[in-house]
Design a protein around this ligand. Structure first.
Ligand SMILES: Nc1ncnc2c1ncn2[C@@H]1O[C@H](COP(=O)(O)OP(=O)(O)OP(=O)(O)O)[C@@H](O)[C@H]1O
Length: 312
């Protein structure tokens, strides 16, 4: 058995032209593996191709080229098994208003051919915190409850891989916490989790590994820790009373004498503190008259990684 939950090779998708819109190459050749048991983040700006990618994984969109294996099952050779191995919590709140949560879960289980005795409806209702609403019509449920129901529907067939498409878009903090604790619990039980998000911060909180896609191509795939390390740098800007000569700076600090008169000292925050830089300047007899800092925020880091400011 493969150790990868997902294996994707040379995946391409071109949406055919229709009406006035030209054909659109949404994925230009993606190679990606996602290890079993991970919480994996798929990041990218609007239109990057995230939904296309997960919909292909889920068997909802037909790929143009390439190979996709879900839990070791090739989509072309074993379409049924590969589909059964994955569950998707979609973005849209498309629950049937006339079904109760229990009926929704039962119907979904029926669609996946789960025999009645193997259904885990009560267990799922409890996991998503809807046991007391099990028999209420969906139209009486709050937005948050509907979203939890969608999570439940993605779980009825006991998939090994759970995909959450922008799970916290428009969600309040309480629901976000609940979703994350559900996701952590499922992952603890062995489920592989893939989530798409626009927010690096969210991926940072939840994911072991991250892939960033941009305009249909994979830009970065690395551990969250490694991606965060790239964002470690901070810059101290100093203006001095007079010219600044040689300064003995801590290791890892780079100096730039800017044309506008500011001295820019860029340093890794994890190992160097701003105070140490000021002490160095003081030691070199520099009289600081003004100072400020610059820090790459998450958006900047994202832009740096995708290498194109026009992309967002
Ligand atoms: N059914 C479709 N027909 C034609 N083009 C499409 C279709 N679905 C998506 N696209 C186009 O393919 C590209 C990728 O879209 P996709 O929805 O996969 O991106 P995304 O990263 O999920 O974006 P978002 O975060 O906005 O959902 C976009 O340019 C989009 O307009």
């Amino acid at each position: 058995m493969t150790q990868n939950a997902i294996e994707i090779e040379g995946l391409k998708k071109t949406y055919a032209a229709s009406g006035k819109s030209a054909a659109k190459e949404a994925l230009t050749g993606i190679d990606l593996t996602i290890p079993q048991g991970s919480v994996f983040g798929l990041l990218g700006p609007n239109g990057a191709g995230k939904s296309t990618l997960i919909n292909i994984m889920a068997g909802l969109v037909r790929k143009s080229e390439g190979r996709v294996r879900i839990w070791g099952f090739d989509q072309d050779q074993n379409p049924r098994q590969s589909r059964a191995a994955i569950g998707v919590m979609p973005q849209e709140l498309n629950v049937d208003p006339f079904f109760t949560p229990r009926e929704s879960l039962e119907t979904q289980a029926g669609l996946y051919g789960v025999p009645a005795r193997e259904r885990r409806t009560d267990e799922i209702l409890s996991l998503i915190g809807l046991s007391d609403k099990a028999d209420a019509y969906a139209r009486t449920l709050s937005g948050g409850m509907r979203r939890r129901l969608l999570l439940g529907k993605a779980l009825v067939h006991g998939p090994q891989v759970l995909v959450l498409d922008e799970p916290t878009a428009g969600v309040d903090i309480a629901l976000r916490h609940m979703l994350w604790s559900n996701v952590r619990e499922l992952n603890r039980q062995g489920m592989t989790i893939i989530l798409t998000t626009h927010h690096l911060e969210e991926a940072q909180e939840m994911c072991d590994e991250i892939a960033i896609i941009d305009r249909g191509r994979l830009v970065v795939r690395d551990s969250t820790a490694a991606i965060l390390a790239r964002m470690d740098s901070k810059t101290l800007l100093v203006r001095a009373a007079g010219p600044i000569g040689a300064v003995d700076l801590p290791r890892g600090v780079t100096r730039e004498d800017r044309a506008d008169g500011w001295l820019a000292l860029t340093y890794p925050q994890s190992t160097v503190k701003a105070g140490a830089l000021l002490a160095s300047l003081h030691g070199a007899g520099v009289e600081v008259i003004d100072l400020t800092t610059e820090q790459a925020d998450l958006e900047d880091a994202f832009l740096e990684l995708t290498g194109d400011k026009a992309a967002v």
